[in-house]
Structure formats: structure tokens, C-alpha cells
Design a protein around this ligand. Structure first.
Ligand SMILES: *Cc1c(COP(=O)(O)O)cnc(C)c1O
Length: 362
């Protein structure tokens, strides 16, 4: 074969498989497959986005000063140590580019975010999967998997796709027991939904450790997935390194403006939080009473299992898709008995339960 030859690790690299958004024969399917917000974006964020239209010819602020200031203000952070990205996905990859290369190892937990192994392998490092316990990360298992070659550990807390979380105590035990030359990437994409006393959004870790990078996103609670806006917080040395590795104009002005507005709309934020909590309880109860096994969730989605072989997750997925309801079906990752349901609007949630009832009684 002629033509340019890529690195062997790029040749072998898989692509991220996104939650589906189309269903054959349905003009406008209900997409409950990507943990997008049931209530859309905040009206203030939409206004701010529209107001940026006349500035489309300008390059965006390369240091996103307003957005940094708004984040620093809201979460009591040091603005200079905030790094923003094209979704937190970009930040995860930037962390890999900055700290990993061929010959290195990075750890990720089984049944966690499928971008981690892709990001690790994209820079030629080895992606080591650590088993979980009861669909939760297990600190002892992670510590056991660390070798001299380990340079980075990914952990999502709360975790996607399981919806579970681990306690502040466990997180502290993890960071206190790894060498300070291993970067802990603490992905807190669902932190905004959390009010549990024993949870940490990771910000406190940044104050006490030099080897942590906390990532957050505007794609979930804030409903701005289309704008691709993520942010992270790190100790000075890590923040400076990541800043060097990112593109100079990586965050569009429209995303910066919408992000600032979204952070200010606390009323909308509260509405999303209570909608999510209310329907998460309702859906979990309904799914359980249909005889399905629900993994207890703290997020805006629910992972549940089909144990009856005659009523498999694959056939449920097909049944729902045909009727215009798209959930997340995992053919891989050892989750082929599961579907993941993103919490939708009241009508959508009721309809999903009605359809599942029909499927199971059929
Ligand atoms: C959705 C999600 C992300 C990615 O968010 P973007 O900011 O849209 O790239 C990262 N981590 C986890 C665990 C997620 O579920």
C-alpha cells in the first residue's frame, strides 16, 4: 500500500461510538441516548449565543477571560488555573497528549466513559482496564493496577454509563496513595447534579495535590452540548502545561458567551436539578416494578438490566427504536444486557415506561 503511513497506534484506533439520534421510519425520534438535558438550554444562554452573531468575523478571546472570571466567581477558583476546551472531551485528550506517550500506561475503570481508552491510545500509550465492583470504581483495584509505567489515571465521578459515584474518602485514598508523578484526571461531568454530603467535585483536591486535573462540562446540566464547551481546574504546573498543548482559539465566542450566561441562570439550574431528581426517582421505581434491575443512579440517566433471556436488552432496544424512542444500547463493554436511559421530559419518561411495559407483556 502506498501513501502516507500513520503511527501503528493510530491505525488500530477505534472511533467513539456516539448515542444514536436517528431511528428508521421515524421522522422525529425522541433521543434519550446521550445524557442531554431534558429541559434544553437556559433562555439566557440562548440570548447570549444569538447576540454573538455580529461578531462571527472576529477571532474569539484566546484566554476566554469572561468565562474564566464567571467560573472563578461561581466556584471560588483561581481564574488562571482554569483551562477550557472544545467539550471536556478535548480536555481529556489534551491531558493525554501532555502527559502520555508510547511506552506509558494509563488506567481507566471498566464500565466507564468510552472516550478514555480512545484518548489514551491516540497518543500511543497502553490503556489498562481496571475491573470495577458492583458497577463502581474500586480504589484498591486501581492501586493494584499501578505500575512504574503508569502516568495517568482516569476516573469519572459520578460515572457514565453506570450512574454511580464513589465517596470523597475513596477519592482521597486514591490520590494520597499514588505517586505525585501520576496525573489523576477526575472527570466530574455530572457534578452539578450532586448534593450528597460524601461526594467531592474534586476542586478541593486541586488545592492539596500537584497531580490532579478536574474536568467539567456545559453539555449535561447546562444543556449546551452543541456548543462543545468544557472546562477544567488544575494546580498551576498542570494548568500551564495543558494551556501549552491546547489550540490558541479553541473556544468559540458564542460558546464563551453562552457559558457565562448559563452560569448566571441559577433559577434554570435549580429547575433542571429538581426535574432530574424527581423523574430519576419515578423512573427508577417504575423500571424496578417492571422487574428490571436498576443500578442506583445519582445522575441524569439510568442504567438498567434485562435478566430474562426471552426479553433481552437488544430486543427491547429494537422495540423502542421502532417506536421512535432511542436509548443507549451497549453491544460491547460487557453491558449487552443493559440499556441506558437519559431522563427526558415528563411526557417522554411516561411514554418510555408505557412502551417498556408493552414490550415486556408482549
Ligand atoms: C458527557 C461526558 C463527557 C463529555 O462531555 P463534553 O464536554 O460534551 O465533551 C465527559 N465525561 C463524561 C463522564 C461524560 O458523561
Amino acid at each position: 500500500m502506498s501513501g502516507p503511513k500513520t503511527h501503528p497506534w493510530i491505525e488500530k484506533l477505534g472511533v467513539y461510538s456516539a448515542g444514536k439520534s436517528k431511528a428508521a421510519g421515524t421522522a422525529k425520534p425522541v433521543k434519550l441516548s446521550a445524557n442531554e438535558s431534558a429541559l434544553g438550554p437556559s433562555p439566557l444562554a440562548m440570548d447570549a449565543y444569538r447576540n454573538e452573531a455580529p461578531n462571527l468575523f472576529r477571532y474569539p478571546d484566546p484566554v476566554y477571560a469572561d468565562l474564566r472570571a464567571a467560573l472563578a466567581d461561581k466556584y471560588d477558583l483561581e481564574a488562571s488555573r482554569i483551562v477550557c476546551g472544545v467539550g471536556s472531551d478535548e480536555l481529556l485528550k489534551t491531558a493525554c497528549r501532555a502527559y502520555l506517550g508510547p511506552g506509558d500506561e494509563a488506567l481507566f475503570v471498566a464500565h466507564s466513559f468510552s472516550m478514555y481508552p480512545i484518548a489514551i491510545k491516540s497518543v500511543g500509550a497502553a490503556a489498562i482496564e481496571v475491573p470495577d465492583v458492583d458497577y463502581k470504581a474500586d480504589v484498591d483495584k486501581i492501586l493494584t493496577a499501578v505500575t512504574e509505567r503508569t502516568k495517568l489515571i482516569f476516573i469519572a465521578n459520578p460515572n457514565n454509563p453506570t450512574g454511580t459515584y464513589i465517596s470523597r474518602r475513596d477519592v482521597k485514598r486514591l490520590i494520597e496513595n499514588i505517586s505525585s508523578n501520576i496525573l489523576l484526571v477526575y472527570d466530574a461531568a455530572y457534578a452539578e447534579f450532586m448534593d450528597q454530603d460524601d461526594y467531592t467535585d474534586g476542586i478541593e483536591l486541586v488545592e492539596h495535590h500537584e497531580n490532579v486535573f478536574v474536568t467539567r462540562t456545559f453539555s449535561k446540566l447546562y444543556g449546551l452540548a452543541a456548543l462543545r464547551l468544557g472546562w477544567g481546574y488544575a494546580p498551576k504546573n498542570v494548568a500551564e502545561t495543558l494551556d501549552k498543548c491546547r489550540d490558541p482559539f479553541n473556544v468559540p465566542s458564542s460558546a464563551q458567551a453562552a457559558g457565562v450566561a448559563a452560569l448566571k441562570d441559577t433559577e434554570f439550574e435549580q429547575k433542571v436539578i429538581s426535574h432530574t431528581a424527581q423523574w430519576r426517582d419515578w423512573l427508577s421505581t417504575e423500571l424496578s416494578s417492571l422487574g428490571l434491575t436498576v443500578i442506583p443512579s445519582v445522575t441524569n440517566f439510568i442504567l438498567f438490566r434485562f435478566d430474562d433471556e426471552n426479553k433481552s436488552a437488544a430486543s427491547a432496544n429494537e422495540f423502542l427504536t421502532k417506536r421512535g424512542y432511542i436509548l443507549r444500547y451497549y453491544s460491547g463493554q460487557g453491558l449487552d444486557k443493559f440499556l441506558r436511559l437519559t431522563i427526558g421530559t415528563a411526557d417522554e419518561n411516561e411514554e418510555v415506561i408505557k412502551l417498556l411495559k408493552e414490550f415486556l407483556e408482549d
